[in-house]
Design a protein around this ligand. Structure first.
Ligand code: C5P
Length: 220
């Protein structure tokens, strides 16, 4: 399609969610947080007591996921079966649970169409791990945003603190590294920059500097 799409992929804590939301606001385009889909699916599987080993039931759950997103000035509100789960899905534990269901190829396949349906006029900004490689390979603009594991853990630590959630920095570094490893080494849709992506390392860059680089890449 010729729908304009900007994909922002990268590891957890790279700032891709923040940048993607800023760009969606700036451009007036739709926004898809694909990681939230995996987080909600993992959360729903706990809620409905479906173990990660029960692939068939997990795929069914993925196909019928009753999910709603609302983006406003406070960020992204996420509803599962009509109930707000925005806070619960943001913990590192929920992120780790998400990365466990995300390794299952049939689960990823079941979520493909639902993600592609977000590509609507006037355009889409999306963030995740495989937006530029698998879900939207023909996207016009692709960014791969990265940063060192220590820097990302530090950012996540601050972010959680602002939300009133206490966390231990060394635990965060360990959890983030474990999740990076799982996401990078899986066979299907591993965390990798698309060949035509702009690669940005934000370890030493503030959010405004990254935002300006992405804006000028998209020529706005
Ligand atoms: O981006 P976020 O940290 O919310 O993603 C949670 C997990 O969901 C990731 O660690 C990854 O395993 C999975 N994910 C994925 N593909 C995406 C987005 C997220 O596999 N496009």
């Amino acid at each position: 399609t010729d729908m304009p799409i900007l994909t922002i992929d990268g590891p957890s804590g790279s700032g891709k969610g923040t940048i993607a939301q800023m760009m969606a606001r700036e451009l007036g385009w739709h926004y898809l947080d694909s990681g939230a889909i995996y987080r909600v699916l993992a959360f729903a599987s706990l809620k409905h007591q479906i173990p990660a080993s029960h692939e068939g039931a997990l795929v069914k759950l993925a196909q019928h996921l009753d999910l709603q997103f609302e983006l406003d000035e406070n960020g992204l509100k996420v509803l599962l079966e009509g109930q707000e789960v925005s806070q619960q899905i943001r913990t590192e534990k929920a992120g780790n649970a998400a990365s466990k269901v995300a390794v299952i190829p049939s689960v990823r396949a079941a979520l493909l169409q639902c993600q592609r349906d977000f590509a609507q006029a006037p355009g889409l900004v999306t963030d995740g791990r495989d937006m530029g490689t698998v879900v939207f390979p023909d996207a016009q603009f692709k960014v791969f945003l990265t940063a060192s594991a220590e820097e990302r853990a530090l950012r996540r630590h601050k972010q959680l603190k602002e939300k009133g959630i206490e966390s231990n920095l060394s635990d965060l570094i360990a959890e983030i590294s474990e999740r990076d490893k799982r996401d990078s080494e899986r066979k299907v849709a591993p965390l990798l920059p698309a060949k035509d992506a702009l690669i940005l390392d934000s370890t030493e860059l503030g959010i405004t500097a990254v935002y300006e680089k992405v804006r000028s890449y998209c020529a706005i």
